[in-house]
Design a binder for this molecule. Structure first.
Ligand code: BGC
Length: 663
């Protein structure tokens, strides 16, 4: 397996490389920054499922203190990759073993000094991360090594810690604090292979004298302790060996063979690497930007159920179960959300933080007026509940895990259907139920009626949910009686009647399904024309007055998504007509879009187009260069859904074989 490598230092790539060379273990994520960097360079040690909100700001995941900080000085001058005395610099990410390495050679007083580091977030132990720094000189030389646990944290909406205290005991340094909102203790404890002197504020120092050719090594073994977790010592070598063993196991399960196509192989390996470092280890789910930072508030979107779950179901089923469990666990919050808007059933959080909907009413700032723009994602993107139900049904089909269905699965699916039923209106003139005032996957057209994706998805939720409930009622009558006692009376019968009358938009004479009522009447212009109308590069395309709002231009795959999730609903002729119709109108303004078209293209025999879209998706974080900042808001990070979507396209579309698979 190839290693991702970059030679030379580029200051403008600091933030981008933080994402590109990112390491993690599903619980902790550490950005691909350099040891001499700090909060300003977006060093980040992100903790999954740990949220904090500071008054008046967006609630987001917490970044912990940085145990890998290290600055080396020679004759008072820093050995820094940004310095003028750099002879060579390279960073690499070993995809096979989840190890980050850097090597920088400096010219110091006529001699060469090599600063190297390797680091990993343990795949074997949830809260463990380690690094080894080495310093070699080809002349006799003296250095001052400054190292410790850096208490300065990079936050988007922080600071998230109160009562920060630093402690030092022998070779160990700890920085401990409590989160602002819930007062959860967070402590980063780091054991160093050398005892640092004069430790103050988490940072200490060490004089190092080297004879020509000698190497100085500083190992660190750090733990991030949250809540009641207790510290235990670990050995660098043993930790590394256990980490390597676990990576070998993970790849033995996950490897996909791209049939000799080197570019596809590398892109796919990189995508799978990202999926492996996000595999959850506890009762939480995967955030839209993974563990690469606090973008999108560290919240969980439909991305997880629709774009990520298939990988975990087939490769790491225990993780798939956790993703499903997360939605079952947060059913009470979804029911509360539905109730708060006057509906029944379960309306899942559009941006879930352990069930709480973190989606703001104003998700965008107008670049001209600097005023917040009202967006309706939280209230109107109701398809999230259908997506959750879809995932549960898929999971069941794949695993036949009756226990999970009896312990919340069936209830959740039925509550999601029930929500849509109570949300719908009965159109007396047309004699049908309609889902009015919604937002489909395409966020540029808000508050539309009868979004085809949404209507069909809820139709299937209710239909399949009812069928499953009936089957289980036969097989587990006593258990199901308990379940039905918690659900609205006659729910199965009511849902059955509802599905019979729910409006399902049909293909027109050309075979195209209208994305929502009136979509065909929108201005018929393409993506380039709409782009040419922008007066500011960061202008928002949607909302009430966006450039795309009154046109046919859509942000991302919408109707097409339906065919990907339910390929048998429509014949190939219809799927092809819709693909050809909607592609020219699709901006791909979301990283969820290209892979959706890749999957769709496979389904209609367009292999070449599928391949190109697959690469676009799989290489998204390798390519980088996308938007990292919107005004003063950092919006960068990795794109797990694009990795997951690329995997689906590769394995279920392009026909790349999983390891050991022959057919
Ligand atoms: C997309 C959503 C997606 C979210 C998080 C948005 O830009 O429109 O579909 O869930 O990003 O990835």
């Amino acid at each position: 397996m190839k290693t991702l490598k970059e030679c030379g230092f580029f200051a403008e790539k600091i933030v981008e490389n933080g994402n590109k060379f990112f390491i993690g273990n599903g619980y902790l994520g550490y950005r691909g920054t350099l040891d001499e960097f700090g909060a300003k360079e977006c060093v980040g040690l992100n903790v999954a499922g740990l949220y904090d909100g500071v008054k008046g700001k967006w609630r987001e995941t917490v970044n912990a203190f940085n145990p890998f900080f290290c600055a080396v000085y020679a004759g008072g001058r820093p050995l820094d990759a940004r310095g003028e005395n750099v002879l060579s610099h390279e960073v690499e990410l070993d995809l096979a073993e989840g190890i980050f390495r850097r090597k920088t050679v400096f010219l110091v007083g006529g001699g060469h000094v090599t600063l190297a580091c390797e680091r990993f977030v343990s795949a074997a132990e949830k809260n463990l991360l380690c690094s080894r720094m080495s310093l070699t000189s080809d002349m006799d030389a003296s250095f001052f090594v400054k190292a410790g646990v850096d208490p300065a944290v990079w936050d988007l909406n922080g600071p998230h810690f109160a009562d920060v205290g630093t402690h030092c005991e022998g070779h160990r340094i700890a920085v401990c604090a409590k989160t602002q909102e819930l007062h959860i203790p967070v402590c980063v404890v780091c054991a160093f292979s050398e005892t640092l002197q004069n430790v103050c504020g988490g940072i200490g120092g060490l004089e190092v004298s080297l004879k020509a050719g000698e190497t100085f090594v500083l190992d660190r073994v750090a733990r991030v302790l949250v809540g009641e977790e207790t510290y235990s010592e670990a050995d660098y070598g043993e930790a590394l060996a256990a980490h390597r063993r676990e990576w070998a196991r993970l790849w033995s399960l996950a490897r996909v063979d791209a049939a000799g196509d080197e570019r596809a192989q590398f892109a796919l390996d990189y995508s799978i690497y990202h999926l492996l470092i996000l595999a959850p280890r506890g009762r939480y789910s995967i955030a839209a930007r993974g563990l690469s930072g606090q973008t999108y508030k560290g919240a969980v979107f439909w991305d997880t159920e629709i774009f990520l779950l298939p990988f975990y179901m087939e490769v790491l089923p225990e993780c798939a179960k956790r993703l499903i469990q997360y939605r079952i666990d947060t059913l009470p919050e979804a029911k509360k959300k539905a109730e708060s808007y006057g509906f029944g059933g379960a309306f899942y959080a559009w941006e879930s933080q352990n069930g709480y909907d973190a989606c703001s009413d104003f998700n965008v700032t107008d670049v001209f007026t600097h005023r917040p723009v009202r967006t309706y994602f939280k209230e109107k993107q109701i398809h999230i509940s259908a997506d959750v139900a879809y995932a549960i049904l898929q999971y069941y089909e794949h695993t036949h895990d009756d226990a999970l269905m009896l312990e919340g699965g069936i209830e959740t699916v039925l509550e999601c259907a029930q929500f849509a039923r109570t949300y719908s209106y009965y159109n007396h003139i047309k004699g049908r139920y309609e889902l009015l005032d919604v937002i489909g996957p395409d966020e540029y057209h808000e508050r539309v009626n009868n979004n085809a994706y949404t209507n069909y998805m809820f139709y299937m939720t209710a239909k399949e949910g009812v069928a499953l409930a009936e089957e289980f009622a036969q097989r587990y009558p006593a258990r199901c009686e308990e379940i039905f006692a918690r659900l609205p009376k006659n729910i199965v019968q009511t849902l059955k009647e509802w599905t019979e009358k729910l409006y399902l938009p049909q293909p027109n004479a050309e075979g195209v399904i209208e994305q929502f009522d009136g979509y065909f009447r929108c201005e018929d212009v393409g993506v380039d024309e709409v782009r040419s109308r922008l007066r500011h590069p960061n202008e928002y395309w949607g909302g009430s007055g966006g450039v795309a709002t009154a046109t046919r231009v859509i942000k991302q795959a919408d109707v097409i998504m339906l065919f990907n999730l339910y390929p048998d609903l429509f014949p190939e002729r219809i799927r092809r007509a819709n693909y050809d119709f909607y592609l020219p109108y699709t901006e791909h303004g979301s990283s969820l879009s290209r892979c959706s078209y890749a999957i769709a293209a496979c389904g209609i025999g367009r292999r070449e187009e599928a391949y190109d879209a697959f690469l676009e998706s799989a290489e998204i974080d390798l390519r980088g260069g996308g938007k990292q900042w919107a005004g003063e808001i950092y919006i960068g990070g990795t794109h797990p859904a694009a990795s997951g979507g690329a995997w689906i396209a590769a394995v279920h579309g392009l026909g790349y074989k999983k390891k050991g698979q022959t057919k």
